[in-house]
Design a protein around this ligand. Structure first.
Ligand code: SF4
Length: 304
């Protein structure tokens, strides 16, 4: 693996953890300098990139739970329920607290305010997404990836957006990350066919870049309508992007997991994205704890 691949892998891991700056771990400074085209050791050509000496493990672990730059880490009273409406881009969202997050109102009410409110089945949502031109992603994607699973499912997994394999197949969470998600579900006694799996965005952003705020606003009504139709007992948000978008927060994933949030009345549990888990096996244990929590909440809601 060359330096560019290692840097990309490193940045993807840190993004999943909600970090906003760069701390070197196993990537030699000189390799990074080559990739960045930076002028010299210890300096970056990009002022947004902070080059520091490697931290000892305990400090690195603490950093994994440090809020994004500019976000205060204070404790504050539980926030009032959020107003009902389409999902908003993270940049517009309120400051985080350490408490479980409540996004108020019912899913049906939230979806009712959107362009997808008239879609009366999951197939209708899929058809509408296939024909959608509300953002430019349809131009570069091969096909839409609406979601798949049991139309009666009460356990819903929500990820960020389709990747390359999903774009080719039209199916969410396929390939290595998808297989891992299937195994994770199996570990809590769900067959993949028992649940519903989808993403916030229904078309792939080119090169797997981050979705833009406009794309989130344009596409989120489809997800809201899917959730309004499914009426799940539990939502499992997979990865930083899905968690922050659904919960309308900039809080890093390390501060979101391990709690029971509320998304328009539905319990929502956050865990790491399976793709991030493949890159960092150290997150297996917290992921296992998260999905066990999700299963317990599901069992309680289902009266099992
Ligand atoms: S990503 Fe969503 S909003 Fe954009 S074109 Fe596809 S379905 Fe429409």
């Amino acid at each position: 693996m060359d330096a560019r691949d290692r840097l990309r892998q490193y940045l993807e891991q840190r993004k999943e953890m909600g970090e906003s700056d760069l701390v070197l771990d196993n990537l030699p400074v000189e390799d990074l300098m080559k990739v960045l085209g930076a002028p010299g050791k210890g300096q970056s050509a990009d002022p947004a990139v902070v080059v520091r000496s490697p931290l000892p493990m305990p400090d690195r672990e603490r950093r994994a739970h440090t809020p994004l730059a500019g976000v205060p880490a204070q404790k504050a009273p539980r926030p009032a329920p959020e107003p009902i409406g389409p999902l908003r881009p993270v940049a517009e969202q309120p400051a985080p607290t350490g408490d479980p997050i409540v996004v108020g109102g019912s899913i049906t009410e939230a979806a009712g305010a959107s362009h997808a409110a008239h879609l009366d089945s999951l197939q209708a949502v899929s058809d509408a997404a296939a024909a959608c031109k509300r953002c430019s992603l349809f131009e570069t994607a091969i096909r839409h990836v609406p979601g798949e699973g049991n139309p009666e499912a009460k356990f819903v997994c929500v990820g960020e957006a389709p990747g390359a394999t999903e774009d080719e197949t039209g199916r969410p969470f396929v390939g290595r990350a998808g297989n891992l998600l299937t195994d994770i579900l199996k570990a809590i006694n769900f067959a993949r066919e028992d649940v519903y799996i989808c993403n916030v965005l229904k078309h792939r952003p080119p090169g797997n870049r981050n979705p833009t705020p406009d794309e989130i606003v344009a596409c989120s009504p489809f997800l809201l309508q899917q959730l309004a139709l499914l009426r799940p007992h539990v939502i499992l948000a997979l990865g930083t992007f899905a968690a922050q978008t659904l919960l309308q927060t900039t809080r890093p994933i390390g501060k979101l997991r391990g709690q029971i949030h509320r998304f328009h009345g539905v319990p929502l549990i956050v865990t790491y994205h399976p793709a991030a888990l493949l890159r960092n096996p150290n997150w297996k244990r917290p992921t296992w704890e998260d999905v066990q929590l999700a299963r317990r909440v599901f069992n309680t809601a289902a009266g099992a």
